[in-house]
Write a protein that binds this ligand. Structure first.
Ligand code: NAD
Length: 366
């Protein structure tokens, strides 16, 4: 049984200590002198199936920071796939470098060869700093790549599916809070109006919610406001909006010691990853404040469900139906959290871990 509480990785931890702390199965360091490739592939857990997760290219301040990121992200993928009922494990890869300056076709293809060497134990996909073209280059060297554009036989942009799941999770939270899942007339503040946020706003507009939106991209913001009638608020002002629901759809860790006392909402439900700065502190703190938190990795799983549909040769319709289940799972999590006297993020992690443990047992016999 894996200890559920995430153990903070300290600067002093040795590489092997870091790998063993959250029980990663395998970590592969990939280096190529010719292309300048420096990448780390993290395979956290493959009990349920191959480890699937995107590759992120980022200007990490240090190699230690890159290692921490890949370990944290790959672990997160394990729980996301497990709670979504997918037969996938958790993995992730990071490439150290500036995606605008350092990336070349050769580097991407060399990385594809490293992925291929794992023989399907890790399947990669697109993440920050990577483009469709990069995935196409990787795909020239390995078949273990998913999330390709529809024109290349892939499942295409996952954002509409992610938005649908987030919407389902938000409605489940509304049902929990108000006994009715209608969002009509509810004041909802949306932080980030990008791919997922944009599609989510479409669903909310259809339900006649009253929207407050913010984004660093002012042109984007003005366009969405003009089309939907949403009220534009400042980047920091979003935390002070007198909203019923706060929906973080940009960056992580926006629920922290600074913002907690400012949030007036009854529900938090958004698509951003790792919304709680420290889940062991801010998860219980939200319960104390009477705020219902829809677990991020549960309600933003539409994207991985969509990628899974590609891996298993299923279609978008299947992905949307599977994503709709997020509504029921979210309600179950709220009930479980209450019964177990814990917070929803922890209840969701426990449920995901239970599925992994159960499946590990059935695999013990042939
Ligand atoms: P995106 O880049 O299309 O959109 C993010 C938006 O947030 C952009 O418009 C950006 O300008 C804005 N933003 C950045 N910093 C901001 C700030 N400080 N304040 C307000 N707005 C800010 O990304 P996306 O694909 O819509 O993903 C949004 C979030 O959801 C990310 O955290 C991502 O990791 C997560 N997520 C996305 C998917 C998916 O299918 N795309 C799946 C799971 C999780």
């Amino acid at each position: 049984m894996i200890e559920l509480k995430e153990i903070p990785v300290t600067q002093e931890s040795s590489v092997f200590n870091q790998i063993s702390e959250n029980q990663h199965e395998q970590v592969v360091f990939c280096h190529d002198h010719e292309t300048g490739l420096k990448a780390i592939i993290g395979v956290h857990n493959t009990v349920l199936g191959p480890a699937l997760g995107g590759t992120r290219m980022w200007t990490y301040a240090s190699e230690a920071e890159a290692l921490r990121d890949v370990l944290r992200l790959s672990r997160g993928m394990t729980f996301k796939s497990a709670i979504s009922g997918l037969n996938l494990g958790g993995g992730k890869a990071v490439i150290i470098g500036d995606s605008k300056k350092d990336k070349t076709e050769a580097m991407m293809r060399k990385f594809g060869r490293f992925v291929n060497n794992l023989n399907g134990k890790y399947i990669t996909a697109e993440d920050m700093g990577m483009t469709t073209q990069d995935m196409a280059y990787i795909g020239m060297e390995t078949k273990y790549v998913a999330g390709l554009p529809e024109s290349q036989g892939g499942s295409g942009d996952p954002s509409p599916v992610t938005a649908y799941g987030t919407y389902m999770g938000m409605k489940a939270a509304a049902k929990r809070a108000w006994g009715n899942d209608s969002l009509a007339g509810k004041k909802i503040s949306v932080q980030g109006t990008g791919h997922v946020g944009g599609y989510l706003i479409d669903y909310l507009v259809k339900e006649n919610a009253q929207l407050f939106i913010t984004d660093i991209d002012q042109d984007h913001l003005k366009r969405i406001s003009a089309n939907t009638g949403a009220t534009v608020v400042g980047l920091d002002e979003i935390y002070d909006v007198d909203a019923d629901i706060y929906s973080p759809c940009a960056m992580g860790a926006t629920i922290n010691d600074d913002t907690l006392s400012r949030l007036k909402c009854q529900i938090i439900a958004g698509c951003a990853n790792n919304q709680l700065q420290d889940e062991n502190v801010h998860g219980p703190a939200l319960v104390d404040r009477g705020i219902i938190y829809a677990p991020d990795f549960l309600i933003n799983a539409g994207g991985i469900i969509n990628v899974y549909s590609e891996v298993k040769k299923l279609n978008r319709e299947w992905a949307m139906q599977q994503t709709e289940q997020i509504y029921n799972t979210t309600l179950n999590i709220f009930n479980k959290a209450e019964a177990d006297e814990t917070h929803p993020q922890r209840a969701a992690t426990q449920l995901a871990q239970k599925r992994i443990d159960d499946m590990a047992k059935i695999k013990q016999t042939y």
